[in-house]
Design a protein around this ligand. Sequence first.
Ligand code: IPD
Ligand code: CA
Ligand code: CA
Length: 277
Amino acid sequence: MPSPQKLQTFLDIATEAALAAGAVLQQCWGKLDSIEEKGRSGDLVTNADRAAEAEILKILGRHLPNHAILAEESGQMGGSLPDYLWAIDPLDGTTNYAHQYPLYAVSIGLLYQGTPVLGVIFSPFFQELYRAASGLGATCNRQPICVSKTTSLEKSLLATGFAYDRHGRDDNNYAEFCRLTHLSQGVRRGGSAALDLVFVACGRLDGYWERGLSPWDVAAGVVLVQEAGGLVTAYDGSTFQVDSGRILATNRHLHLALGEVLKNTCSLGNPDQYELA
Ligand code: IPD
Ligand code: CA
Ligand code: CA
């Protein structure tokens, strides 16, 4: 595990990169040159995604030339099993951004030997900068944040999302969404996994689950939730794997109850076992 001093240095570098990428996103807001589909229907990429990612790669490359990178638009660079791997989503919430719906963010996570240890998420529209590293706590605009105290599903506000492949799959999360909408005070579909996670971290949401995610969607947010006192696991409560596609993140109090509903609502047996099939 990297020392606290090293993590602090990495946090500052990731912050510089997230703010620079955020500035690019703000400049392009409402005046996009190009919006393309990446293959799956609805999976968009814009000139802003690419320009923001270029900015992040430039800054990480300047400070940490030996670190490997997995970036959504450029793929993996620098070694197949590296100790340090940066997982970068230059624009999480591209669909929102393309429609000028303000829930979007830059998400920069760092994995150490496959485990998320640091996260910086920046929301340019709301000017909120979220930072966390293992053992160093979680902050929003430099103020400590912590998860909510809600202890019952009936009193909870939750969030989820629906992956781009939802049209062609039985495990599309619709049944889970309906069931939990019935059991809670509401389930939001914000359209940015990174912001869903930081909203759990700062107590605006009590829990979040989703399937079909990529490492760059969640690497940073996982650390924010954990450092804010929350819990992140697979749907069945087992250890979270960043490349599994599935995540259950809560304020800790609701973890068992939410996991139980997911288990009992899923029509295809153990939900954690069919993601890669
Ligand atoms: C998407 C968002 C969305 C989630 C999708 C992600 P993108 O990321 O995080 O909330 O439901 O699964 O792919 O494509 O906007 O970077
Ligand atoms: Ca994303
Ligand atoms: Ca993205």
